[in-house]
Write a protein that binds this ligand. Structure first.
Ligand code: ZN
Length: 440
């Protein structure tokens, strides 16, 4: 745990300064760093390609930007924070008065120390984002400023996305998606990138998962749409998904439900919270938010949940320079990661059993699954494979519901026994030949 937390902290500091956007070299550099942790496959979708009702934008790269006074002092400096430039700003190099610059300046009255995050992806424009103090300072000058945005658009460029598909024993597939398009902000969305990355690494290590798991790292909206359009048939078959975002703040954990509310992904999430003794802020489904807007759209209807820790829209530093490494750290991300891990474990190991001995109860004691000393029920059973009484309870519950109609997840819900214990007891019963899995 400690090692993973310091690994997360190290990755946060490497990734934080990089200028990411919908497209560009910052995204590629980000993927190169992520690839040191897990083997993300890179796909480049060409600029200009139509995607449903959209189009892949021209590739945008930026090298430098500033507002200088007449003495050459950089009053606003892209090198100090890439948030100072509105994302997808067109290039400009001119001498201008404050009145001329002012329509292109963005600052926040409500958070005077913060640089706001602004983009103009689909309408060509340019802009600078500044603190209130910088705004007031610029306003006090009488002279012209030298302003420069050294950016470029490439019609022959591309949009970079990443994927890892882990084939399971069964073809049924789950989706894990996060986005990679935000510049220097930590909760939105380095926390999501790193959580998805660690989950993908988990899935690749150890034994083969039962289900297939598709991890994708895409620019928000247009990246998700492009990926859907290139993988339409596969994505229409996906059983459920996790959309990972804003899960590394200091605040309370949260859970945004899927549009179905009672889907397996919802129930697995609620069990993970219950079993970890955590009480999340509950966010009912609304058709806004992140890429669930695309995955759950009418043609795909993938139910997805999101676990957050300081959810987007909800924290005061959202989409500002204050969403930084003072606000987010590896230990906080690790808390969300543990819950996501738990959800994936429950979903992947969930199954429905049919009893091989449905006529009455099978004799458990003979198979080491029940205390052989009479009267020991509800007391620790040291002479059997059961580590304690609740193992026996789990076994009894599973045998009772091994009728092909009730899955282990439902048994954990009904019995109040932890999902981990129910899954473990199921494995014991399967190994002892008492039940067999049916995949519905
Ligand atoms: Zn955002």
């Amino acid at each position: 745990m400690k090692q993973e937390i310091s690994e997360l902290d190290e990755l946060l500091s490497m990734l934080f300064p990089i200028c990411r956007s919908l497209t560009g070299d910052g995204n590629r550099e980000t993927f190169r760093i992520l690839q040191e942790v897990a083997p993300i496959g890179i796909i480049e979708y060409p600029s200009g390609a139509p995607i449903y009702d959209w189009e892949i934008p021209d590739e945008w790269n930026i090298h430098d930007a500033f507002i200088k006074d007449k003495l050459g002092n950089r009053l606003v400096d892209f090198r100090k924070s890439n948030l100072h430039v509105m994302g997808y700003s067109e290039p400009i190099h001119q001498w201008m008065t404050f009145a001329e610059i002012e329509p292109h300046l963005h600052c926040l009255e409500s958070a005077p120390d913060a640089i706001p995050y602004r983009t103009s992806y689909y309408q060509r424009d340019w802009g600078f984002c500044v603190t209130k103090a910088q705004y007031d300072d610029l306003k006090s000058y009488r002279d012209r400023f030298e302003i420069k945005i050294d950016s470029e658009f490439d019609k022959n460029g591309s949009m970079t996305v990443g994927e890892i598909v882990v084939q399971g024993e069964l073809p049924t597939e789950y989706l894990v998606s996060t986005y990679c398009c935000h510049p220097s902000m930590a909760n939105d969305n380095l926390s999501g990138l790193l959580t998805a990355l660690f989950l993908a690494r988990d899935c690749l290590s150890g034994s083969k998962p039962k289900y297939s798991w598709r991890f994708i790292f895409v620019p928000e909206t247009i990246g998700a749409l492009a990926y859907l359009s290139h993988n339409e048939n596969a994505l229409k078959m996906v059983k459920g998904g996790l959309v990972i975002t804003t899960c590394g703040g200091p605040g309370r954990l949260g859970y945004k439900e899927s549009f179905l509310k009672e889907h397996l992904v919802d129930r697995a999430t609620r069990l993970a919270f219950r079993d970890q003794g955590r009480d999340p802020v509950h966010y009912p489904f609304v058709p806004d938010g992140s890429d669930e807007r695309q995955y759950s759209s009418p043609a795909f209807r993938i139910p997805t949940i999101t676990i957050t820790k300081d959810k987007y829209y909800e924290y005061p530093d959202y989409h500002t320079s204050c969403d930084n490494l003072d606000f987010v750290n590896g230990a906080q991300i690790f808390e969300s990661l543990s819950l996501y891990r738990h959800v994936i474990k429950i979903l992947d190991e969930n199954t429905t059993y049919l009893s091989n001995f449905p006529n009455g109860e099978p004799q458990l004691g003979r198979r080491g699954l029940y205390p052989t000393t009479g009267g020991a029920i509800n007391q620790p059973a040291m002479d059997s494979l059961c580590s304690d009484a609740s193992d026996i309870d789990a076994i009894m519950w599973i045998m009772f519901f091994s009728d092909g109609k009730h899955d282990l997840l439902e048994i954990a819900e009904k019995s109040g026994i932890s999902a981990d214990r129910v899954l473990e007891a199921g494995n014991k019963l399967e190994s002892a030949g008492l039940v067999r899995s049916v995949h519905l």
